[in-house]
Design a protein around this ligand. Structure first.
Ligand code: TUI
Length: 313
């Protein structure tokens, strides 16, 4: 299946893997890219040296295109932004902010730039700055979320910009992919479904929680501090929600309560103190399998649904 996205990135299937902080390393990214999607290494809060090592590992496994996700709130964002330009990585996706100040440097390095946006305003801004495509991510997604749903956001972004649009948030199978095409997207980004890929090195406890999740198993916390994140409901998220609702509880202590919780979930599998980020479709994710099988399953279902349908995606 050829779409504007597969042509832009030189990939076989219009599937981008989400840049999941503390989770998306060279192991998962290389498996997704090798299977014909676009694998992503998450730079999260790491320094440039760690990310460079992951890039090297990814290149040693696959010669297919891959990307690095740059979380713009990272304390190391400047050094990582420079490093990916030096390394001439094929693709950069960004999250949690406006990447316009880096666009010139990345374009000069020949990098394709796909910012994640949660509004039409930011989509237009990054298009003007020179982005190659945008990833419109609805609040069904795991992790840092905007206000709009995928259903409302994607068609409005598709109307607002001329560059290709990728849909993200709430997509886990071929039905979601076809729905994304119907809304005006030419590809999808999936995170939660790849959490249980065999090649995903996240903790066993994390995979167990995703596999056990049902439709109403996730919730959003962190609105009070301006960083709402969606995670699987646990004792930790319930406690966070309680403290957040208590106006006598100071912001600084709330911030402290969250520190290290993503690492504790992803690396340590700490069921009590970890924050297990996942999207609303976690309830649809019921099987651990190779990344290639996930991609083939999504594509087979989408292609079957689209038989005889002629859309210009
Ligand atoms: O970034 C994500 N998902 C994430 S980042 C993350 S790490 C984190 N840890 C603690 C607190 C917060 C984050 C975990 N998951 N997705 C992409 C995304 N970007 N979703 C929403 C946005 C977004 C929101 C507002 C992008 C830009 C924006 O506007 C900011 C501006 O400056 O205009």
């Amino acid at each position: 299946m050829q779409t504007k996205l597969t042509k832009l990135l030189g990939i076989k299937y219009p599937i981008i893997q989400g840049g999941m902080a503390w989770i998306a390393d060279a192991s998962l990214a290389s498996a997704v890219s090798d299977a014909g999607g676009l694998g992503i290494i998450s730079a999260m809060n790491a320094g440039a040296d760690w990310v460079r090592e992951e890039i090297k590992k990814c290149r040693s496994v696959t010669d297919k295109p891959f990307g690095v996700n740059i979380m713009l709130m990272s304390p190391h964002v400047e050094e990582v932004a420079k490093m990916v330009a030096e390394e001439k990585v094929p693709v950069v996706t960004t999250g949690a902010g406006n990447p316009s100040r880096f666009v010139k440097m990345w374009k000069e390095a020949g990098i394709k730039i796909l910012p994640v946006v949660a509004s039409t305003a930011l989509a237009k801004m990054v298009e003007r700055a020179g982005a190659d495509a945008v990833i419109a991510e609805g609040g069904e997604s795991g992790g840092h979320v905007g206000d709009l749903t995928t259903m409302a956001l994607v068609p409005q972004v598709a109307d607002a910009v001329k560059i290709p649009v990728v849909a993200a948030g709430g997509i886990a199978d071929g039905r979601g992919m076809v729905a994304a095409f119907a809304l005006g997207a030419c590809g999808v980004q999936m995170g939660t479904r790849f959490l249980v890929a065999n090649e995903c090195t996240v903790s066993a406890e994390y995979k167990k929680k995703v596999l056990a999740a049902k439709d109403i198993s996730t919730m959003v916390t962190g609105r009070r501090l301006g960083h709402p994140v969606r995670a699987i409901k646990t004792a930790y998220t319930n406690q966070y929600a309680k403290l957040e609702a208590d106006s006598n509880y100071p912001d600084e202590k709330l911030e402290e309560f969250g520190v290290g919780s993503l690492r504790k979930a992803a690396k340590d599998g700490n069921a009590e103190e970890g924050c297990f980020l996942a999207g609303q479709i976690a309830g649809m994710v019921n099987k651990e399998e190779p990344a290639a099988d996930i991609i083939n399953d999504v594509m087979a279902q989408a292609e079957k649904m689209m038989e005889g349908v002629r859309w210009d995606v």
